[in-house]
Design a protein around this ligand. Structure first.
Ligand code: HEM
Length: 172
């Protein structure tokens, strides 16, 4: 799926406005996600997830850099993010179903079992990266209320959906 010219223009303008602070917002989005959807902490038990954690901040910066890279390669997201996809699929062993919307994902206690680096995706309740996208939307809406029109929300939502699809799909 290709993003419309209007989406691209809106996204590029937003990213320009975020400047060097994308990591600040992705970190806040991660913190919100861990608090609002505790089940998402399952994959990150090896990190210090306390408020203000330097490890979460470092992870937020990595996610921010990946999103900025994606923003610069909107026409070729699957290939651009293929190394990241392989990392999540093979090393971290994030279940591919985690990259789909799950009607069962949502607030709740952390999952008892784990896979990947000692973490497991519990059957029937895949984690949803859409939750991270959702928290990023909330974060940006909070910081940029004047800019955050419904149209911009839709553009950002489409972009994040593309990124998540690319993390789940091989490039040809
Ligand atoms: C928008 C979706 C996502 C993006 C852009 C993203 C991006 C990234 C990036 C850039 C890294 C660092 C890679 C490196 O160190 O080379 C990473 C690591 C990681 N990701 Fe993701 N990710 C996403 C979704 C997810 C999801 C859904 C999960 C699990 C539910 C997940 C779990 C992890 C874990 C466990 C690590 C390793 C953290 C560590 O040990 O430091 N990611 N991700």
């Amino acid at each position: 799926m290709v993003l419309a010219a209007a989406d691209r223009a809106a996204l590029r303008a937003l990213w320009k406005k975020l400047g060097g602070n994308v990591g600040v917002y992705t970190t806040e989005a991660l913190e919100r996600m861990f608090l609002s959807f505790p089940s998402t902490t399952t994959y990150f038990l090896h990190l210090d997830l306390s408020p203000g954690s330097a490890q979460v901040k470092a992870h937020g910066q990595k996610v921010a850099d990946a999103l900025t890279l994606a923003m610069d390669h909107l026409d070729d997201l699957p290939c651009t993010l293929s190394a990241l996809r392989r990392l999540h699929a093979h090393e971290l062993r994030v279940d591919p179903t985690s990259f789909q919307v799950s009607p069962q994902a949502g607030p709740g206690p952390p999952f008892p079992a784990t896979t990947g680096r000692g973490r497991t995706t519990p059957a029937g309740r895949p984690l949803s990266p859409q939750l991270l996208g959702h928290c990023l939307l909330v974060t940006l809406a909070r910081h940029f209320p004047g800019d955050f029109s419904a149209a911009l929300q839709a553009s950002l939502d489409r972009f994040l959906s593309h990124v998540i699809s690319a993390l789940a799909a091989d490039c040809g």
